[in-house]
Ligand binder design. Structure first.
Ligand code: TYD
Ligand code: MG
Length: 467
């Protein structure tokens, strides 16, 4: 290989440089550049100097085919992919080591095999015996999944091309794969990219769906696999807190479906269990009757999700007041605090503020503003909110409470779970058709604050208790 073929590739972001340097100019990381051979530029099997093949150009109109999908048999996974695996598509599942990616995928492969589809599971990390052992623990050893412990992409593709094309091939993980087409060490960015390219080409040609597993680094970046993100059809991220039992599968990119749906699983002693009603899970360990908690009626994609928001407001001992948020956007907390200060007379400049979304869920909607504000004021006033109430609404900088989308679905879920009141923006009232659910509307954050403060005052104790 000539010197010109060599380049220095950042192992964090995949940027290539002609010479070594201490810092990657693309991502700013230090000491991440290492020398790698360049990919072979020409496409395989084409003689140099030959003219290109002519192909037909098609109009935009014409017969459209619904992408043929194969439902996995795991409803939560199908919800995230948008209805199952599309033929010839490649999906990347990324997550921390130990989060349960291998468990999820062996369960998926077994479910497909049970439905009489050919499913292949290639492990580059574990020996066949280890995979078997896990399958046995999960009660899946009878499923006709074909197993192998292999890391050579060429060998894998050659084996897969024999006989009936598999409907699903799981590659666990892409970081362990290597291809002859690239002359650099396994595990490098160039190898990961080259291996993914070869597998994607095979998927498109054969129609098999391929799932690539990718490990993420501690700061949440898909290192290595980051460089294949743009090549694959869908990127799913598998998340969860180590201390919590549940795991959330979230679509980060999806060429064939929505990206706002989540799938919820619970890690049990016998593998991942699907959680069809996540609200029940997130509300299962509620601390009833203590100040500083409010139930938020949220939406994740098309599914309503009720979750508890916890706040703690305490006088600052010394120095600058602390603001700490888990599961919500810190800048939205700052905004809600500013509105409370400017329009509601709630001064928190001398208080530490902690906000937590129970169960480790991450909320992205502005609709959580009202519930967060209610929890904050409840903690400050030491006034518990009614245990049977839900909150949702967006707070504007003027202190008004604005309507949010899908109010009816949120209220329906609240009624289903036995809540009897809802505090919502004004228009929410018109959407209320749920028997047994009393909907009260708030037009401004100030009126909500006044209501909560009244609950906490001694004069109103009786009302606070029966509520
Ligand atoms: P694994 O699927 O190996 O994670 P990954 O492939 O993402 O690295 O899952 C490992 C964790 O899951 C491990 O800490 C044990 C736990 N686990 C269970 O709790 N129950 C089970 O039935 C299985 C198979 C694993
Ligand atoms: Mg694994």
């Amino acid at each position: 290989m000539s010197r010109r073929n060599l380049s220095f590739v950042c192992q964090n972001c995949g940027a290539a440089f002609p010479r070594w340097q201490g810092k990657c100019e693309a991502c700013g990381e230090w000491n991440t550049l290492s020398e790698e051979g360049a990919d072979h530029p020409a496409s395989p099997g084409r003689k140099p100097g030959k003219g290109g093949r002519l192909f037909a150009l098609e109009p935009l109109t014409g017969e459209a085919h619904e992408a043929p999908r194969l439902a996995s048999g795991l409803a939560e996974l199908d919800r995230v992919t948008g209805g199952g695996f599309v033929r010839g598509s490649v999906l990347l599942i990324a997550g921390d080591p130990g989060i349960g990616k291998s468990t999820l995928l062996i369960q998926t492969a077994a479910a497909l095999a049970r439905a009489n589809h050919r499913a292949v599971y290639i492990s580059g990390e574990e020996a066949v015996a280890q995979v078997r052992l896990r399958a046995e623990r999960l009660g899946l050893s009878q499923a006709a999944v074909e197993l192998a412990a292999e890391t050579s992409v060429e060998d894998i593709i050659a084996t897969m091309s024999e006989g009936k094309t598999p409907r699903l091939i799981v590659i666990d993980s892409i970081q362990t794969m290597w291809t002859d087409a690239v002359e650099s060490a396994p595990g490098t960015v160039t190898q990961v990219r080259g291996s993914a390219q070869a597998l994607i080409r095979y998927a498109k040609r054969s129609g098999a769906a391929i799932i690539l597993v990718g490990h993420v680094t501690k700061d949440g970046q898909i290192a290595g696999p980051r460089v294949v993100e743009h090549m694959v059809d869908a990127v799913l991220s598998f998340e969860g807190e180590g201390s919590h039992q549940f795991r959330i599968l979230r679509a980060v990119k999806n060429r064939f479906g929505p990206t706002d749906e989540i799938g919820v699983f619970e890690m049990t002693g016998t593998g991942l269990r699907e959680v069809a009603n996540p609200s029940e899970l997130f509300l299962s360990a509620r601390d009833l009757g203590s100040p500083g908690t409010a139930v938020f009626a949220g939406m994740e994609g098309t599914r309503p999700l009720l979750v508890e928001i916890q706040a703690l407001v305490a006088p600052t001992a010394f120095g600058t007041p602390r603001r700490a948020v888990v599961g919500w956007d810190p800048s939205r907390l700052s905004m809600v605090l500013a509105v409370l200060d400017a329009h509601c007379g709630v001064k928190l400049g001398g208080h530490d503020v902690y906000l937590n979304v129970a169960g480790g869920l991450r909320i992205q909607e502005p609709a959580a503003d009202l519930a967060a504000a209610a929890a904050l004021v409840s903690s400050l006033a030491n006034a518990p909110l009614p245990a049977d109430a839900v909150y949702f609404g967006e707070v504007s900088l003027s202190g008004a409470v604005r309507p949010v989308a899908q109010g009816a679905a949120r209220l329906k879920e609240a009624a289903k779970l036995g809540f009897t009141r809802a505090v919502v923006p004004e228009s929410g009232r018109a959407e209320a058709r749920e028997p047994g659910l009393k909907v009260s509307d708030v037009t401004s954050l100030a009126s909500l604050v006044a209501d909560i403060a009244a609950r906490g005052s001694p004069a109103d104790k009786s009302r606070g208790q029966d509520g």
